[in-house]
Structures are given as C-alpha cells and as structure tokens.
Design a protein around this ligand. Structure first.
Ligand SMILES: [Mn+2]
Length: 342
C-alpha cells in the first residue's frame, strides 16, 4: 500500500491511472448506526445516523464505486438505574452501549470492510476503537475534534463521558482510571505515540496537562493556521507511519468544523476548520490506503438553529465520509468507462 509520499511520486511519474483503479478496487464500507446520546446531556444526537443516511450516504458511496453494506442501527438496552459514579454520569449505559459497538465493529472488520460508525456522541469512540483494535491489532488514531476528549473520570469538569473516551483507550492513563460499572471489558489498546489530534481549540487545563505530559502529537487550530492543512496531513501521516504502517482509525467529531458550516452539534466552538480543510483531511487519509475505520460523531439534528443549519451539517458529514472513500473534488470516473461512439 502507498504512503502519501509514495503516492505523490506515483502521480508525478504518470501512472496514476493504475493507482485510481487499485484504490477503488477494494474499497468497501461497512456502516454501523449507533444512535446513542447518553455520553452527553442533549437530546437529538441519537438521530445522527438516520439523518446522515437520509442525506444519501449509501447511494453516493455506491455511485463513486464503493461497495456498501449497511449493518443497520445498533439497539441499546435501557438502563434504569444509572446514578453518577463519582463525577461520571451514566457510566452503565455508556459502558454497555460501547461493549455492543465494539463487537459490531469487530464483525465489520472480520467481514473485510472499512468500518464506518455513525454516531451518536463521541463516547462511542471507546467501543469503535476497541473493536477495531481487537480485529486488526495496533492502530494509528487520527482524532479530528475541537476538543481533546481525554479527561479522566477524576478530572472531568462535566461528568459527561463524551469528553473522556481517550482516557479509557490510552495505555499510559490506565493507572488513573477508577473502576466503573460496565467498563471492565475495556482493554486500553492505544499508545499515546500512535495518536494525532487535529483541530483542537477548546482544551481543559487538566487535558492540556495530560497531552503535554504524554507527549501526544497535536495540531491545534493554531498549527492548522501556521502550517496549512496540507502540511498538517503530511506530518500526521509521516508521524503515524514512521516505523510501521499501521491501520488508521479516523475519529471525526463534526464539531471540528467551524459552526458557521456545521452548527447542528452539541458543543460548537468558533474558529474551526473550514469545509475545505475538513474534506482535505479525509481525502489525504484515503490516499494513504491505510484508513481502516471511521467514526463520524456528534451530528445533532435537533440543534443548529433551523433547517438550513441541520442540512449544512448533515451534508458536510456526508462529504467527509465520501472523501474517506475516494471522492475527489477534481471529479472521478470508473476505470471501465468508455466514451460513447457516434
Ligand atoms: Mn469529540
């Protein structure tokens, strides 16, 4: 498989026809809907998966030559007694839902697809990344988000688990994680050196301490401004593939994009990625050939000040996913297309 660097060389030497053929040949998406909202307090984010499907995701993927299997929406058990554990809210529901999601992602990977998890809130990254790692081994994680989502159960200012998923996944933080109900199945499966953050602009002091102490690679919005998104992506992929080329897990929070474009989300933060920067990230990761699972989370059709804001948010989510599966803004065509003869 080609690295981004090799890819550019291939394209310069003019054999990109072969590349496009190769790239489309084996792309297939296994879609899991995860209508889950209990990692945060707002209603509506559980409607994300169906809103993204209703915007035509499956047909558009098929039209660009991607095989698609929709595994449907997961059903989560109701949890009636879910009192806070310390600061942490709804641990039992979040733990149970993520255990189910982990098994579903594992099954999608076993079937040979690139996993696409439609959230739901970002607490779902726990199960998605856990299941992905269980299926394929060591991962590189690209976390695109306004927030770091790396609070521990003891540092969280809100108690909402969608602000904590990374802390359960990182091996280096396990001595800081207390026992929580329905969390015992989780095995920390990611090393801090295998994570890259992009788009950060709202990081709690405790989270900043963790990121700096563990030496986690990050490109905040300041670095995106400084370097430009192309350089950020080149450095991201060089960093993750410096030693071994590992499968990449992209965990994309729609709130990474500027709320002028994607307002229908629970915790919008001004000063985010443009639509073009957001799409470029997916195009670049697709070209590495290493993208193995994608989360698209925090689309909330009940937020965003009216229909236009929701449409813009959902359409952007679809564009990001199409970029993950080979859509090029220059246009695409099927490798067996022939011009009609007069
Ligand atoms: Mn997030």
């Amino acid at each position: 498989m080609w690295s981004a660097r090799t890819l550019r060389r291939v394209m310069v030497t003019g054999s990109n026809l072969h590349l496009h053929h190769h790239r489309h040949h084996h792309l297939s998406a296994g879609i899991i809907g995860a209508p889950f909202s209990k990692g945060q307090p707002r209603d509506g984010v559980d409607r994300g998966p169906d809103a993204i499907r209703a915007a035509g995701l499956l047909l558009k993927l098929q039209q660009q030559g991607c095989a698609v299997k929709d595994y449907g929406n997961l059903e989560f058990e109701d949890v009636f007694e879910d009192a806070p554990v310390g600061r942490v809210k709804r641990a039992r529901a979040v733990g149970g839902a993520n255990q189910r999601l982990s098994e579903a992602v594992r099954a999608v990977k076993r079937d040979g697809h690139t996993s696409v998890m439609l959230g739901g809130d970002h607490s779902l990254a726990i199960g998605s990344i856990h299941g992905h790692a269980a299926a394929v081994g060591e991962l590189g994680v690209v976390w695109v988000d306004a927030h770091a989502d790396i609070n521990t159960p003891l540092t969280t200012p809100t108690g909402n688990i969608h602000g904590q998923p990374m802390s359960y996944l990182l091996r280096e933080l396990q001595s800081k994680i207390p026992v929580l109900p329905n969390f015992s199945w989780i095995k920390a499966c990611v090393s801090a050196k295998d994570v890259v953050y992009i788009g950060l602009r709202d990081v709690d002091p405790e989270e900043h301490f963790i990121l700096k102490t563990l030496g986690v690679k990050m490109f905040s919005m300041s670095q995106v401004d400084q370097l430009g998104v192309a350089k950020v992506m080149e450095e991201t992929c060089d960093y993750l593939s410096a030693k071994v080329k590992k499968p990449i897990h992209l965990s994309y929070d729609i709130d990474a994009i500027d709320p002028s474009v994607t307002p229908a989300t629970g915790t919008p933060v001004v000063g985010g990625l443009t639509y073009r920067e957001g799409v470029y990230i997916t195009e670049h990761l697709c070209q590495t050939g290493l993208l193995s699972a994608v989360d698209l989370v925090e689309v909330n059709p009940l937020r965003g000040h009216g229909e236009d804001g929701v449409t813009s948010t959902v359409d952007t989510a679809v564009a990001l996913l199409l970029g993950c599966f080979g859509r090029l803004r220059e246009g695409n065509h099927s490798s067996n297309y022939r011009l009609p003869e007069p």
